[in-house]
Design a binder for this molecule. Structure first.
Ligand code: CA
Length: 224
């Protein structure tokens, strides 16, 4: 899942980025309201973390412009403790949640999981297809009850597949949601990672869950 952080304080931005990357999310950072708005329109982010006090354009303006432009990504706003009216305005302008600074990183991660879960319409948070199970809190992945050891990228790819089970995912959708802005689209990295992932989840198990959809991309689904 891919997340945009719009935050001008470098320390805060890199602190959040590191924590999210440790959770295997792909992360882009913008220090400026206008640039953040452009990115958020260009890329279909799974979540946008938006500071309200920003150079370029303030966060509230960015948020309103995004909702006017029909950008539906969930938005978590960051505000100072004193800015009660800003929080209210933010929620009314289409923010999905807020955090007041300073915040505990564990809380930001929990809210991130909650917003991704809500977007996926799944209240429990555990992702499952057939006997393949991924727990976003513990990062544990099992198939048929047996624990699978995945690398960070394999995990991110599997999480995206599971959140979109039964849907055909094109290579461009996969690169948009699993890799960050530095990804080179002219490589066959996606196919390589799909092969790695298949080796781990499908090679020693029946039925195969990752299907190639000729001419389109890939789909994760149970055979039944
Ligand atoms: Ca700021």
């Amino acid at each position: 899942m891919r997340i945009l952080i719009v935050e001008d304080e470098p320390k805060v931005a890199s602190f959040i980025r590191r924590a999210l990357e440790e959770e295997n999310y792909a992360v882009d950072v913008s220090p400026d309201g206008n640039q953040g708005f452009d990115l958020a329109r260009e890329v279909n982010y799974d979540l946008i973390i938006l500071d309200l006090m920003l150079p370029g354009q303030p966060g509230l303006g960015v948020l309103k412009a995004l909702r006017t432009a029909k950008v539906k990504s969930p938005v978590l706003i960051l505000t100072a403790r004193s800015e009660v009216d800003q929080r209210v305005k933010g929620l009314d302008a289409g923010a999905d949640d807020y955090l007041t600074k300073p915040f505990a990183i564990e809380e930001l991660l929990a809210r991130t999981r909650a917003l991704l879960r809500r977007a996926g319409g799944d209240p429990t948070g555990v992702l499952q297809v057939d006997d393949l199970v991924l727990n976003p809190v513990t990062h544990e992945v099992t198939r048929g009850g047996r624990r699978l050891e995945l690398t960070a990228k394999e995990y991110a790819l599997l999480e995206y597949f599971l959140r979109n089970a039964g849907r055909v995912l094109t290579r461009s959708m996969i690169s948009e949601h699993v890799w960050d802005i530095d990804f080179d689209t002219f490589t066959n990295v996606i196919d390589v990672y799909i092969r790695y992932l298949r080796n781990k989840i499908d090679r020693e198990h029946e039925p195969s869950l990752i299907h190639t959809v000729r001419g389109s991309g890939y789909m994760l689904k149970a055979n039944t």
